[in-house]
Design a protein around this ligand. Structure first.
Ligand code: HGA
Length: 609
């Protein structure tokens, strides 16, 4: 959340900053701003509320000079999304952009106000600029000012700072929010993630937790949390980052939905060994599945729903009990943990603040830390004992699609691996499971062929004010995910429910106006769901049934609409049935004309609490 960039180059910085911000806009789009060092080394600033295109217009009318600068795209935590609250924040000779929350900002602000500072915004960020400017006024050089001020800040931050008259300096700091430095022949760059820097930088350095740095065109000096100068390894900029283009698709989300057969192929390819008919899980080698008493899982949002499905698989196939929590609850619940068990964390970005905090809680509790992440250089990956990557490639659409199904791919493979290790599946069942995993990308490609039909059904759904999603077993978390997807991109209120819970309350909502999306492949619990479908039909609910051919034959006549998925092994049905759930939400949102890739109030990569 919030995107940060910095440029120390030889060409005008503003166009480069804007270009990098475009790639970071998925992190926040409440406002955007740029500061450069213009004529005479003075700090110049342009800001605009709303999307980046508003800032672009401002810059068109009032271009900036200067080859050094910083930029920001904001997801507001403190203060409304106005121009006055947009970053960069400037005080005297200092401009600052910030990702995170300064938790002690009230106390610091009171001190500043008492000493005569004029605070112009409602943000926590502005106080950093005033503190730095105050330090310069007391005669400190920029380096000493940064060192002193960082010592006063509590909370989470990634910072980029420029100083008047210092045309060859950007100061950066990282506590709890990621930052990467890009190195190139023609300059030095800074960004919240590698995607921002990919076109500029040949090599990347990821700052470690607690690091701060002084960038110049000739290189970078890095200091660790103790203040000692240190070295951090640089790595080549990954080539795959150039994938972050929309291609011929109208939205990133559509592109990412359609990429699923390919990226699932990569992800399963990493774990499934078809020639040996086994799951090859080198990554998980240090998880002691035989000795484990239980697994603790934490995640947020869509990743949490992936974990819920993973629990069904791990418990059923590997007979290992799984506790799963929403990370923002788990981190404060003070759950007792028996040392030596695995704890599993799922996050697309690998930077989700609550998931990272849960990870640290489990680490302190002596758990083996395993993570499923899409960004291998992320904080969660770095702090894990075992990293199991999803090879989904960059996901730009704020609503997660391909990262979700790739998380499911890793979880399904892991469950089969754990079953192998614990001897809970016979050789034939294991082989069948491995074959099912390997064939899933093909099933997903088949599922996508139903898009025209799903689009037709979504037109009707787009008129609804409310919707219910129902499922049982592994389809229950899919119902939750379907409702979340519809809410977040089409703004239609939706609830996901366990089909068996319907009669305990939500059935009161059902009337002719209420679309009820039922996710029900013909699996072991299908008959039960079929009864629930009848209960809805009897009360006039408009059922949209997502099932396979057998399910359609048995329950189809009770449904208003039926979306028929390919017939697939039960193990992988959730991955295949995720596709229509995603497409329904996508097309409903397109019909409603919402901003599909950047829905209101949301941001990807939730790095604040
Ligand atoms: N607290 C700052 C930055 C917000 C942020 O990092 N969001 O993810 C603000 O509200 O501007």
């Amino acid at each position: 959340m919030c995107g940060i960039v910095g440029v120390l180059g030889r060409e005008p910085a503003a166009p480069l900053l804007l270009d990098a911000l475009k790639r970071l806009e998925y992190r926040g789009y409440d406002s955007a701003g740029i500061a450069t060092l213009g004529a005479g080394g003075h700090v110049e600033r342009r800001r605009a509320a709303g999307k980046l295109r508003n800032l672009e217009k401002v810059l068109d009318g009032d271009p900036m000079i200067g080859t050094a600068g910083i930029g920001h795209t904001r997801w507001a935590t403190h203060g409304a999304p106005t121009e006055a609250n947009a970053h960069p924040h400037v005080a005297g000779r200092v401009a600052v952009v910030h990702n995170g929350i300064i938790e002690n900002y009230r106390a610091l602000r009171d001190e500043l106000v008492a000493s005569g500072a004029r605070i112009e915004s409602d943000t926590d960020t502005e106080i950093i600029a005033h503190l730095l400017n105050g330090a310069l006024d007391r005669g400190l050089a920029p380096e000493a000012a940064v060192r002193t001020v960082l010592g006063k800040l509590q909370g989470a931050y990634a910072l980029a700072i420029v100083f008047e008259g210092e045309d060859d300096l950007i100061a950066a700091a990282r506590v709890g929010s990621p930052l990467a430095i890009g190195l190139a022949e023609d300059g030095t760059y800074l960004g919240s993630d590698a995607i921002a820097l990919a076109p500029f930088a040949d090599r990347l350095i990821y700052l470690e937790e607690g690091d701060w740095a002084l960038l110049s065109r000739g290189g970078v000096r890095i200091f660790d949390e103790t203040g000692a100068e240190t070295r951090r390894e640089d790595t080549p900029t990954p080539a795959s980052i150039s994938l972050a283009e929309k291609g011929n698709y109208r939205h990133f989300m559509a592109k990412e939905i359609h990429e699923q057969p390919a990226v699932l192929g990569h992800t399963f390819g990493n774990y499934v060994d078809l020639s040996e008919e086994t799951v090859r899980f080198d990554e998980a080698a240090s998880i002691d599945f035989r000795g484990a008493q239980r697994i603790a899982m934490s995640a947020c949002g869509t990743a949490y729903y992936a974990g819920l499905i993973g629990r069904y698989w791990l418990e059923k196939l590997a007979r290992i009990p799984v506790d799963i929590d929403i990370a923002s609850e788990f981190r404060y619940r003070e759950t007792p943990l028996a040392p030596g068990n695995p704890a599993l964390f799922i996050s697309q970005s690998g930077e989700t603040a609550d998931t990272l905090a849960s990870l640290r809680y489990c680490k302190a509790g002596g758990q083996t830390i395993a993570s499923i992440v899409n960004v291998p250089t992320s904080s969660i990956a770095r702090e894990s004992d075992v990293v199991m990557p999803t090879l989904a490639g960059p996901e730009i659409g704020v609503a997660s699609t391909k990262a979700f199904t790739c998380q499911l791919a890793v979880l399904a493979s892991l469950a089969v691996h754990a079953a192998q290790a614990r001897g809970t599946l016979g050789p034939d069942a294991l082989k069948a499971a491995v074959r099912a995993l390997a064939e899933t990308p093909g099933y997903v490609a088949d599922a996508l062929r139903q898009e025209a039909e799903i689009e037709r059904i979504a037109r009707d759904l787009s008129h609804a004010k409310n919707a219910l999603y129902l499922g049982r077993g592994t389809s229950f978390p899919l119902a939750l995910e379907g409702a979340l997807k519809l809410k977040e991109i089409s703004y239609i209120h939706a609830e996901g429910y366990a089909a068996g819970e319907l009669k305990h309350g939500p059935i009161a909502l059902i009337d002719e106006e209420m679309p009820v999306v039922v996710v029900a492949p013909h699996d072991a619990v299908f008959e039960k769901v079929a009864s629930n479908i009848q209960e809805v039909a009897a009360r006039g609910g408009r059922i949209i049934l997502i099932t396979d051919e057998r399910g359609a034959n048995e329950a189809g006549s009770d449904a208003h609409e039926t979306i028929v998925m390919p017939t697939v092994p039960e193990l992988v049905a959730p991955i295949v049935h995720a596709v229509p759930v995603q497409l329904l939400a996508y097309h409903a949102a397109v019909f409603n004309g919402t901003d599909v890739d950047q829905p209101r109030n949301l941001a990807k990569s939730v790095t604040v609490e």
